[in-house]
Design a protein around this ligand. Structure first.
Ligand code: PLP
Length: 252
């Protein structure tokens, strides 16, 4: 969630497919209700199921329950899982998102195996990813991560840097920036992060991409298990759900 150590712990957690199916049903119901309150259609919301720390069985249970977007926060785990079940770029039937901070020395895994990179947060990383994507003869869809809470331990650009950074991304022929991503503050009451989501939406809506061929503000990735309904009410188009689909994790 916050800054992640480099080591990749072993995956030992098991899950029950029936439990995943039941949780997906419940999540879809809550999405529908949030959409109704916000006068939106559930079709506007993509669920990115965060399978980190769970075995391949999570993918199988997830796809059986109708999910097809999956997210990992460690580049090596994404690579290993995408080798077992390839994403769309590699001809597969799922869409892989790398949602965690990426060190430049692992950009090659993402450029090779991920369908989306949802945590773009520096010029240096963009340089490297653009180079690696070019080597794979592809254009990689990306989201720019914003540190909307201002906490030191969270990654992302500060809100006042975001629009300049999007301008900067015009030079990357092999990156397609498709919007913004953020993690809200950790709170008990999701109402307490509504303001953070509103600031994200404002950053999202006020960027003028008309002269920037590499940027299109199409996706706003806000909302996780504890706050996705508020995020939907505030304009989210991609919610990243781990616990509410796969159950509790042993580590992040
Ligand atoms: C783990 C993770 C999530 C999912 O968290 P939950 O609270 O379990 O839904 C979402 N986004 C990122 C970037 C994550 O690392």
């Amino acid at each position: 969630m916050n800054k992640i150590p480099d080591a990749t712990p072993e995956i030992t957690k098991q899950i029950r497919p029936e439990a995943v199916a039941e949780r997906v049903r419940s999540v879809r119901e809550r999405i529908a209700q949030a959409c109704e309150r916000a006068d939106r259609s559930p079709d506007e919301i993509t669920i990115v199921a965060i399978s980190k720390t769970f075995p391949m069985q999570a993918l199988e249970s997830g796809t059986a329950a109708g999910l097809n977007h999956f997210g990992e926060n460690r580049a090596r785990q994404l690579r290993d899982k995408a080798k077992a079940r390839p994403g769309a770029f590699e001809g597969g039937d799922v869409t892989w998102h790398m949602v965690g901070h990426l060190q430049t020395n692992k950009a090659k895994f993402v450029a090779r195996h991920a369908d989306w990179f949802d945590a773009l947060d520096s010029p240096r990383l963009a340089d490297e990813l653009n180079k690696r994507a070019a080597k794979n003869d592809r254009v990689l869809p990306c989201l720019v991560q914003v540190n909307i809470t201002g906490e030191d331990q969270k990654y992302g650009l500060s809100p006042d840097e975001v629009h300049d950074y999007l301008d900067h991304c015009a030079q990357y022929d092999h990156l397609a920036v498709r919007g913004l991503m953020a993690l809200a503050s950790f709170v008990d009451d999701p109402e307490d992060v509504r303001g953070e989501f509103q600031r994200m939406r404002e950053l999202f809506e006020t960027y003028d991409a008309s002269n920037n061929p590499q940027v299109e503000m199409a996706e706003l990735s806000i909302g996780m298990s504890n706050d996705f309904e508020v995020a939907i009410e505030e304009g989210s188009t991609m919610i990243r759900l781990g616990t509410s689909i796969f159950g509790p994790r042993d580590y992040d």
